[in-house]
Design a protein around this ligand. Sequence first.
Ligand code: X2X
Length: 341
Amino acid sequence: MKIRSLLGAITCAVAALSATSTAHAADYKSEYKLSIVVGTTFPWGQGAEIWSKLVKERTDGRINIKIYPGTSLVQGDQTREFTAIRQGVIDMAIGSTINWSPQVKQLNLFSLPFLMPDYAAIDALIHGEVGKQLFKHLEKAGVVPLAWGENGYRQLSNSKREVKSPEDLKGMKLRVVGSPLYIDTFTALGANPTQMSWADAQPALATGAVDGQENPLSIYAGAKLYDVAQKYLTLWNYVADPLVFVVNKDVWESWTEEDRKIVREAAIEAGKQEIVIARKGVTPEDPSMLKDIESHGVTVTSLTPEQHDAFVKVTKPVFEKWKKTIGEDLVNQAQKDIEAR
Ligand code: X2X
C-alpha cells in the first residue's frame, strides 16, 4: 500500500515534469501584462483578478499575469488599447467593445441606441451567432478573443437638471468615449458631446468642464460620481457595453496547447462570474446599488414608456446610419436573435 502510493506519487511527479518541459518554459515571459480601464474594486477589475488567479493556479505559475488598471500601458488612452494589444505592448486585456470599436467597427453594434431592451437581449447576442461573428472579426483584426464579460447598461448622469426628454439635454456638455457613434447619438439628442478618456473625464466632471457623462452604475457608484456634482441620474438603458477577454496572437502562439486550454477555460469562467458581479444591485429584484446611490442625494429618474419612445425616435437616424457602417447583415441577425430571445 505504502509502496503503491509512493509509486503513484513518483508517476505524478514525472508526468508533471514532462508537462513542464513540453511547455518550453524558457519561451514564457516572467510576467504577462493585462490591461483594463478601471481598478480591481470594480466588477470589470474583479473579472481580471478572477482570470489571473485561475490561470496562475492552473498553470502552476507558468503564466503569471499582472493587472495594469487605468489603461496605464497606453497612458490612459483607452481607444489606443486595441492597437497596443495587436502590437504586443499589451499581452492580454479585458476590454470594452466601445474602446475597441474605432479599430473593429462591428463592435459598434452594442452602441446602437436602444438595440438591446434587456439582459436577455445582451445574452442572446454574446452567446449566439452574433458573438461568434464578432469573435471572427476580432481574430481577423489580429487578436485572440476568448470570452465575454460585461461593463453594463450605460445610464446618464449630469449636474444640471433632471433629464426625462431630449429637450432636457439641450446644450448640455457631455463627456463621451471612443466611438464617433456617441458623438452622433448625443448630437441628435441636442446635447453638446465631447470625447475624452476616462482618466480625463473624472477631473473634467470635478471642475465642471463638462456637465455630465454616461456609464454603467457600477462605474458611476464605484468612482463616486455623486461626489463630483453628478446629482441627476436617468435610467434609460440606451446601450450596454460587453467586455471581451483577449490575448495577443504571438503570446497565444508561444503557449502550449495545454496552457491555451487553461487560459481559455479560465477566461470563460471568469467572464461568467464577472457578468453576475456586474449585474448585482442594479436589477428590479436587487436594487441595492440604486438605493445606495439615492442615499447620496441623487435624483434617480426612470422613464415612462412614452418618455422612452421619444429618445428612441430622435436617435433612430443614428441607428440607421451606423447600421450600414457595422454591416446590415450583422445588425439584422442581432435584431432577429433579440426578437427570438
Ligand atoms: O470610459 C468609460 O466610460 C468606460 C470606463 O466605461 C469605458 O472604458 C468604456
